[in-house]
Write a protein that binds this ligand. Structure first.
Ligand code: PMP
Length: 395
């Protein structure tokens, strides 16, 4: 827990219910078990196992040696912003660079939410969304999008969730944790609802755009009529295997970008200069590597889905993007046993770390990341299969 009444520490009321990330907790527990000598396979983290490309590292070294070591402009280096603007066919004033896509999201929510403002999030959602909204003083409105619906928000469910207090719809395609990808026609159908509700702005988190195994549709490409109230979020973390460089960006209407820049200016200031030079090299460099990596992830996806499908008691939807699969383990639960208990048993007894669905707002599932080597995936899956078999045999 974060509170310590005995020590006199009291946290802000808007942090009620906030705890450390369950994903981080599981990774830490796995590390602890490993330190004790246990053999643990970790399939819980959303981080590509590929190295950052050499040409990107070279650009960072050259930037550091070349003296790019001073405070950057708050909204990001002009050359990187220009490259992003060009990529999106937008103006410089519509682009800002932050310390990861995560900070883009935080900036947007902090810059816009007042107490009582509502943010709609199709559920399952990336764990941070709800907590970020609460930290910013808003109210998260979780709309269940079960597996039967492909984990996607329907126009009717969106319509039903909108109130006069709705400020944002947070969409994430391809999705973490479900791998769902909205098609152009599905986006168009949501946009038709949004057309009727001008108070609702749209965050389209497209951080996995380059890791889509079906045709990817960007929100503003399908619904340009909503571009004046849409924030596109992207970055280099996932596609270029640059999670540690912490560079993400937002593309949206200039007044929003200006307000987000003001927030960032009073918190972290501009993102790391050397990392921005690296991101510029990534963005303007040869993109053939993105195709190679997408193909590698796709092969892993097929391998993982085939293995999970063969396990009794699990059912899963083939992810169309990102590097996660979100199987239902509901048939293995009940009698007071939750998805959290199921995942805890996998970690403690079988030595494999995955994340319970409740961390993403949809219990009865678990998230397995396939951003790992085939050897690790095979070993982890074998352990899950064996654990389920032992259980079913009453062992
Ligand atoms: N959005 C989603 C859906 C993510 O999964 C992540 C990373 N797990 C982020 C944003 C944050 O990315 P970054 O590393 O650029 O902060």
């Amino acid at each position: 827990m974060l509170d310590d009444p005995a020590g006199g520490f009291r946290r802000a009321g808007r942090l009620t219910g906030l705890d450390l990330s369950e994903i981080v907790r599981i990774s830490e527990r796995a590390a602890l078990l490993r330190a004790e000598g246990r053999d643990v396979v970790t399939l819980s983290t959303g981080e590509p196992d590929f190295p950052t490309p050499d040409f990107v590292i070279d650009a960072a070294l050259a930037a550091a040696r070349g003296g790019q070591t001073r405070y950057p402009p708050t909204a990001g280096n002009a050359d990187l912003r220009a490259a992003i603007a060009e990529d999106h066919g937008r103006q410089l004033a519509e682009v800002m660079v932050s310390t990861g896509a995560k900070q883009v999201l935080a900036n947007a929510l902090l810059a816009t939410l007042d107490p009582g403002d509502e943010v709609i999030m199709p559920t399952p959602f990336w764990t941070s969304y709800a907590d970020m909204v609460r930290i910013a003083g808003g109210t998260d409105v979780q709309v269940a999008c079960p597996m039967e619906d492909g984990f996607k928000l329907s126009p009717a469910a969106l319509e039903a969730a909108i109130t006069p207090r709705t400020r944002w719809l947070m969409l994430n395609s391809p999705s973490n944790p479900s791998g769902a990808v909205y098609s152009a026609s599905e986006i168009a159908a949501l946009a038709e609802v949004l057309d009727r509700h001008p108070q609702v702005w749209i965050i389209s988190d497209e951080i996995y755009a380059h890791l889509s195994y079906v045709r990817f549709a960007s929100f503003t490409a399908v619904a340009p009529q909503l571009a004046h109230r849409t924030l596109i979020v992207n970055g280099v973390s996932k596609a270029w295997a640059m999670t540690g460089w912490r560079i993400g960006w937002g593309v949206g209407p200039a007044p929003l970008i200006k307000a987000m820049t003001a927030v960032q200016g009073q918190s972290t200031s501009g993102a790391c200069t050397v990392a921005q030079a690296a991101a510029l090299a990534a963005l303007t460099g040869d993109r053939a590597l993105l195709d190679d990596r997408r193909a590698a992830f796709r092969a892993r996806r097929d391998r993982v889905v085939a293995a999970l499908d063969a396990m009794p008691g699990l059912s899963c939807l083939e992810p169309d993007g990102a590097f996660y699969v979100f199987p239902s383990c509901a048939a293995l639960l009940g009698d007071g046993r939750s998805d959290g208990d199921f995942c805890a048993a996998l970690l403690e007894q079988a030595g494999v770390a995955v994340v319970p669905g409740r961390a993403f707002g949809l219990p009865g599932h678990f998230r397995l990341s396939f951003a790992y080597s085939e050897a690790e995936l095979d070993e982890g899956l074998a352990r899950i299969g064996a654990a389920i078999e032992t259980e079913q045999a009453g062992g």
